[in-house]
Design a protein around this ligand. Structure first.
Ligand code: ADP
Length: 399
């Protein structure tokens, strides 16, 4: 039996999951948070215990966080001696143009991840802190980095190039990278498996709609177009991010409203999207408010869906044909309202949704299109941790 430990680390918190790979079951998961603050907190859930164990205590740094995680395994199970991880898989947000596959972590890879912090200042430094601390906690097993951008390294130049000065773009690595790659890859493969079709034969659109949201066009199992760009700000309307906006609007806000670069960064990343439009960043609140008659919430929902439809149409055109559309992540898996509004009127693209199937609730992958729909529409729960574990184990086993 082999287990894989998956780490998703940010600068002030990390999540972990121990997965038994023969059954692909999660044995335990947890969260270490508020690292470096006066009081930190830890949560640990063992599959075999009903309870979730929580503790408040100071966690000065990631190394201390890993000591707390190890103590939680010791105290609440499962025993790491009985399920020793054979590899530790790390989620890393930005792999730039350098990383296109899961990569064994070496000192050089750590330097490269550090170098890419320039492109992902909010994400890569925290991932690196997690990697360094995890290496101390598990010195005898390989550590593998799985990059959110890697799946999109198959994007053709026409899709990843911004139409700006070419020298400037090259010097500062300004291009589209795309994100959520691990989820898009997992869902595209899961959809093919569910339909019992080789992924190589399918043209798919994956809609990852969580707090962050992105669309991916997948041809033959490879990403050929995606809606996030150089950063996770481009594309769809998200919980707190604006998605696409005319850059000219930012020049205007700078000149007329006196907003500086940092103000605009905060405005677009944290104060826009559903939150900016309604005061609620959570889609459940927006749908509830719209149903209760709020015109502003209805407008936010309309803007969200309008953008989604535009991307579905554009990506169908890019692919040239379409077999499968899959919805995933918090909104995609749970909101029948968003799914219905996004697909309504798309019969012209061969998409026919079945109202009853769409409204049914389930945690399993399922079809929500009609039997005669030329395009099959699915809801496929994503599992980024499992995908990281699979890719890490596969790389470690190949070595
Ligand atoms: P993250 O991007 O943080 O991983 P998730 O994929 O967990 O996010 O998605 C979180 C979002 O899913 C929440 O903000 C909420 O808007 C949305 N969500 C969850 N359940 C529902 C639901 N029943 N209806 C509408 N939206 C939902």
């Amino acid at each position: 039996m082999s287990a894989v430990l998956v780490i998703n680390s940010g600068s002030s918190s990390f999540k972990y999951q121990l997965i038994e790979m023969a059954s692909e079951q999660t044995l335990a998961s947890g969260l270490i948070e508020r690292i470096g603050e006066t009081t930190g907190a830890s949560t640990h859930k063992c599959r075999d215990a009903a309870e979730t164990f929580t503790r408040d205590l100071p966690i000065p740094d990631h190394t201390a966080g890993f000591a707390i995680m190890l103590a939680a395994f010791e105290e609440h199970g499962p025993s790491l001696a009985a399920h020793p991880p054979v590899v530790v898989g790390h989620r890393v947000v930005h792999g730039g143009a350098r990383f296109y596959e899961p990569t064994l972590i070496t000192p050089q890879v750590e330097r490269d991840i550090d170098d890419l912090s320039e492109l992902a200042p909010l994400h890569n430094p925290g991932a690196l802190q997690g990697i360094i601390a995890a290496e101390k906690a598990f010195p005898d097993v390989p550590h593998v980095a799985v990059f959110d951008t890697a799946f999109h390294q198959t994007l053709p130049p026409a899709a990843f190039t911004y139409a700006i000065n070419a020298d400037l773009a090259e010097r500062y690595r300004v291009r589209r990278y795309g994100f959520h790659g691990t989820s898009h890859q997992y869902v595209a493969n899961a959809a093919a498996r569910f339909l019992e079709r080789p992924v190589g034969e399918l043209d798919q659109i994956v809609l990852h709609l969580g707090n962050g949201a992105s669309v991916c066009a997948v041809r033959g199992g490879e990403s050929v177009e995606t809606s996030m760009g150089m950063t996770p700000l481009e594309g769809l309307v998200m919980g707190t991010r604006s998605g696409d906006i005319d850059p000219g609007a930012l020049f205007h806000l700078h000149r007329k409203a006196g907003l500086g670069i940092d103000d605009l960064d905060t405005l677009l990343n944290r104060g826009s999207g559903l939150l900016g439009l309604t005061g609620h960043g959570d889609m459940r609140d927006v749908v509830d408010a719209a149903q209760a008659g709020s015109a502003q919430a209805q407008l936010a929902l309309d803007v969200y869906v309008h953008r989604l439809k535009a991307y579905i149409g554009a990506y169908t055109a890019q692919l040239g044909r379409l077999d499968v559309v899959s919805f995933t992540a918090g909104v995609g898996e749970n909101s029948d309202v968003v799914r219905r509004l996004a697909l309504e009127g798309l019969e012209v693209l061969g998409i026919r949704i079945d109202a009853e199937r769409n409204a049914a609730r389930s945690r399993q992958a399922r079809v929500i299109s009609t039997d005669d729909s030329p395009v099959t529409v699915l809801v496929v729960p994503t599992d980024e941790e499992l995908e990281i574990a699979r890719q890490s184990l596969s790389l470690a086993s190949a070595d």
